[in-house]
Design a protein. Structure first.
Length: 318
């Protein structure tokens, strides 16, 4: 394998500290996870030639240092923590400390040469945060509504008041989401393209815009694998196992699943495709996942080509 870089840096992120590990050399050090610590780290790393920085996705804690390094022109990749755990198992590494994890990330970058993808811009991050908050409000609303059915009369009034408040918050978040959409001409255009497709509503459109910025930039196999709707082989020797989907972006996949159920009923392409799979003997769940993949690849091609849905059996070449 030809390596693109000569130096590899792993950064293990915690709330208070950033632990750094370098390859080659196995040097380690720590800085505080604040503005001063990040500034000092950027100054140190920008002096190292041909450097790749590897970090884990940590639910948002990694974003300040990742943004600062990217702005300084440092090559950086944020990877799924599951990949690092599997890499550690393959190495037989059982010990775990922050500095060991930082060196492991650097070693992962050196061995695996992960592909660099651009970070979300500030607007997309804000949209993603609003979508995340909407999911949280919906989950709380559903939980309170479920409690109301079994609640003692003494607490029903309080539950109803909280449900009313959550419904108002959900309305406010939806209003904020629509405002963000209107403030960006690119989002507005892509939203119009996506929502022209039968079965695609505002929730899926906003989720794709915020959580899948690669939409329209990758081929159909890459976009399906990124979301986690591409079948993975399970064959070894004479054994032939069932293909299964695995990994990918769970939030996108869950919203895509609900949209696909609607598309099976109202989208002429997906409806015919689903019926054809059932007639071929496919199980309903298998057919639904295949329809998810087909709908995603069609949307990917529509955004790529900048065209809306056309009232034909096959709108465009996906």
């Amino acid at each position: 394998m030809t390596h693109k870089y000569h130096n590899y840096c792993g950064i293990d992120v915690s709330k208070a500290h950033l632990d750094i590990g370098m390859r080659p050399g196995n040097d380690t050090w720590s800085v505080t996870n604040d503005a001063d610590g990040i500034t000092a780290l950027v100054e140190q790393l920008t002096q190292r030639p041909e450097l790749l920085v590897v970090m884990e996705a940590t639910g948002g804690l990694e974003l300040p240092v990742a943004t600062a390094l990217t702005a300084a022109g440092v090559a950086l990749v944020i990877i799924n923590p599951r990949q690092v755990r599997q890499f550690a198992k393959a190495l037989g590494q059982l010990a775990k400390t922050d500095r060991i994890d930082a060196l492991l990330l650097a070693r992962f970058g050196e061995a695996m040469q992960p592909e660099i993808r651009p970070l979300k811009d500030a607007q997309t991050e804000a949209l993603s945060a609003l979508l995340s908050r909407r999911r949280q409000v919906v989950e709380m609303l559903v939980a309170e509504q479920n409690r109301l059915h079994m609640a003692h009369p003494q607490v029903r009034k309080d539950l109803k008041a909280h449900i009313h408040w959550l419904q108002k918050r959900l309305h406010d978040v939806d209003t904020d989401l629509q405002q963000w959409l209107q403030d960006s001409s690119l989002w507005r255009v892509n939203d119009d393209i996506l929502r022209s497709t039968p079965g695609v509503g505002p929730t899926l459109s906003l989720t794709l815009l915020a959580e899948l910025p690669e939409l329209g930039r990758l081929n159909r196999k890459q976009i399906a694998a990124m979301v986690g709707v591409a079948p993975i082989n399970r064959d070894s020797g004479a054994y032939r196992g069932q293909r299964r989907v695995w990994g990918g972006r769970r939030q996108v996949r869950s919203v895509l699943y609900m949209a696909t159920l609607a598309a099976i009923r109202c989208n002429p392409v997906i409806k015919v495709f689903y019926q054809r799979l059932l007639q071929a003997g496919k199980k309903p769940k298998v057919a639904i996942v295949a329809c998810m993949r087909k709908l995603l690849t069609i949307l990917n091609a529509m955004v790529r080509d900048g065209v809306c849905w056309q009232n034909e059996l096959q709108p465009i070449n996906a």
